[in-house]
Ligand binder design. Sequence first.
Ligand code: S3P
Length: 430
Amino acid sequence: MELTNITGLRGEVSVPGDKSISHRCIMFGSIAKGTTEIHNFLEGADCLATINCFRRLGIDIVEDGDIITVHGKGLHGLSAPDDILDVGNSGTTTRLISGILAGQSFDCKISGDDSLNSRPMKRIIDPLTRMGANISSILRNGCAPLYITKGSLHGIHYISPVASAQVKSCILLAGLYADGETSVMEPSLSRNHTELMLKEFGADLTTKHELDSTRATASIRPCEELYGQKIMVPGDISSAAYFIAAGLLVPDSEILIKNTGINPTRAGILKVCEDMGGDITLLNERTEGGEKIADILVRSSKLHGITIEGDIIPTLIDEIPVIAVMAAVAEGTTIIRDASELKVKETDRIETVTDNLTAMGCDVTPAFDGMVINGGKPLHGATIHTLLDHRIAMAFSIAALVAEGNTNILDSHCVDVSYPTFYDTFEQLL
Ligand code: S3P
């Protein structure tokens, strides 16, 4: 994809459904009794991988226009797959489905693409094993492919070393099949879609946020059944983030992004934009299915550097590539720290972000848990090596809009993972 600098992005857009929520609707709907009707489901490659896995596990999932219907078979209704489960590029599919499969009475294997099969799975293998699950890394390298056979699960109290919603969700889902209460304490609260949605499905789940620290705990007790729901998936704030950045950075712009999820465990980018001096207004705020939603109005702004660290990091972890692009344009220094999780995403995002920003003429230094960006130097066009990471492709497409000359985004089709219509949404603003 070849892009060049522009001015005046104006108009109203809607971004596709939230990726995290779309995965969970399919998974929870499959193990619930009755039908789950999903509106505004994200038809990205990651979520389609989740649909395919549950079809392989015997669940009838019907797509009819804009509505997806999952004919759930209850907590014990899944059947053995006839082949290895292909999770593609999706860490969320892999880690959450492992929690469900650990509680089943059949054997199965899970594998994905090269990026997925190099991401750490010990973080779920360890707690699941403590619960009594039989789960192993087939190549004994702590990564997928994974092999799961019948185990007998007991409740545990797990203190997670990382604030990871995928780890938390995996353990809570296994907890549905345990013989007692299972709880997960994390160092700071990661996205809580699992907790909110499982409660809607009828799970016996409680949450606690410690007053004197950032630690958060979610606990689940086994229940008889979950029950199918009707779900309206809000627009994905991680996808909206690219248009927020575009609206702030591209001169003479005004963009309204409709129906976007602003769950506080996801909305760190809004606080960062505000702290950097961005002109952002939330309109029409409301709550649906426990999730907060708003329309986001963004206008071109002069940004300045800030420090981003501590417990805000889990609330904006997927937005750091595009935040780094904003920091490259902002006047002054931006420091991003406490974000070593970036190294184990679809690519090592400390490396992919700093390498590509450097290629565009930015003064940026990588650190073990983040980066330091001395912003304000004009960016110039470059060849962007996405390494097939969707968020790198989209973040640097925004950088291209404010860089002198042409930028070539290699393998830009990788946006299909979370936002297949990304470049079409742009057209609407020209
Ligand atoms: C996700 C959790 C986050 C996030 C990922 C989606 C989820 O990962 O980066 O894109 O849906 O639970 P971690 O749990 O590894 O932080």
